[in-house]
Structure formats: structure tokens, C-alpha cells
Write a protein that binds this ligand. Structure first.
Ligand code: BEZ
Length: 199
């Protein structure tokens, strides 16, 4: 599949005619909402898990030396915590461009997790951007230690790959959510940085 997904995403018509759509963010969208939105609420989606398995050629790496960013991998029974935004359809043009390196829009049930949801299972059908293993930018599985080493040496037009990891870890802590994969990579990155400082 082509890595440039803008044209494919623009053909998605599932929410045509809707005045607003809920979008679930699980990576940079949690901490970087550079688009207008009507509401923002902590939320989760079921049966997906966050992994630093997607290559980034245009944000946290380069075509010659891609960085690593998150995508979602199917995992029955898993819950991925993040942030949901209620947006108008025009915002998708911006997001399709921002997330063009392999991410496709997918319709998914989104469960809200704030006090308004009142512990009841309040959910809506919305959208999430997912980079599936068949996209050209997909890198795939590695140990958290190897991923940390990869992130430590990567940078792109949006800045160091390690900033992306650190912002995400911080945002998850602010949400009060654990993510062993993200926090273990963070721990290895800290270790690598202190080793570098000693040499
Ligand atoms: C997200 O935060 O949901 C997201 C991150 C990277 C690409 C697409 C979506």
C-alpha cells in the first residue's frame, strides 16, 4: 500500500453529512491539538494496543533515517487510553495531511472516561487514524530497549524523536494512565541519556 494516504482518506465517506465527528487520539494527538475542536474528553477504544512500530519519515525522522512513532495493533481484550476530540469535517483535511505517512481513518466505537461519562459506558462511533502493518512506513516489533536506541538517534522536521516519546509519556501520566510499553521505552531512554552524559 502507498505510504501517502491522503487520497485514500479523502474517499472515506462514512460520516458524510455529519456536522461533527468524534476523533480518538492515542499518540501526538493527545498532547498536540493543532486544530479547532468543539469538545475534548479523555476516552478509550477497545481491542487495540499502542506500539512504537510505525516509521516516521516526515515528522520524527527522515526518508533515509525514519524515526519511530505510535500506531495501534489489534489486541483482543486490550484497552487503549487517549483523548477524544469532537471536530467538524473540515478538520480532516488538515489531519489527513499531518498523518499522511501511512495512517488510514478507521471507524471505531469510542468510550468516554471523564466524570461526565459517570462510570456508565457512554460511547459513540467515531474515527481513529491507524497505520496497519501493510503500509510501507511500518517498521514493526522490537524490544523496548531497541526501540529506545532507535528513538535516541532519530530526529526529523518536527524535532527529536525523544521529544515525541517524552511528550506522550507526560500526557499519559496527566491522564492518569499506565502504558507499560511507553513507560519502559522512556525508562531505557533515560538510562541511555545518563550513559551518554558519563562518556
Ligand atoms: C494519534 O495520536 O491518534 C495519531 C498519531 C499519529 C498518527 C495518527 C494519529
Amino acid at each position: 500500500m502507498t505510504a501517502d494516504t491522503i487520497a485514500i482518506n479523502q474517499k472515506m465517506d462514512q460520516f458524510d453529512g455529519h456536522h461533527s465527528v468524534w476523533l480518538f487520539g492515542y499518540g501526538s494527538l493527545i498532547y498536540k491539538a493543532d486544530f479547532p475542536y468543539l469538545q475534548r474528553r479523555p476516552a478509550s477504544i477497545a481491542n487495540w494496543t499502542r506500539r512504537f512500530w510505525q516509521g516516521s519519515h516526515d515528522h520524527r525522522g527522515t526518508p533515509d533515517a525514519p524515526g519511530r512513532v505510535v500506531t495501534l495493533i489489534e489486541a483482543p481484550g486490550a484497552i487503549c487510553h487517549g483523548m477524544a476530540y469532537l471536530i467538524t469535517p473540515e478538520v480532516f483535511a488538515h489531519l489527513d495531511h499531518r498523518e499522511k505517512d501511512g495512517y488510514l481513518r478507521l471507524a471505531t466505537p469510542i468510550s468516554f472516561e471523564d466524570e461526565e461519562a459517570n462510570n456508565a459506558s457512554e460511547s459513540v462511533l467515531g474515527l481513529v487514524y491507524i497505520a496497519t502493518p501493510d503500509n510501507l512506513a511500518f517498521i514493526g516489533e522490537a524490544s523496548e530497549r531497541d526501540i529506545a536506541e532507535h528513538i535516541a538517534r532519530s530526529a526529523g522536521p518536527s524535532g527529536p524523536n525523544s521529544d515525541y516519546l517524552n511528550h506522550l509519556a507526560h500526557a499519559l501520566r496527566e491522564l492518569g494512565r499506565d502504558d507499560p510499553h511507553v513507560f519502559e521505552i522512556e525508562r531505557h531512554l533515560v538510562e541511555l541519556a545518563s550513559r551518554m552524559a558519563r562518556t
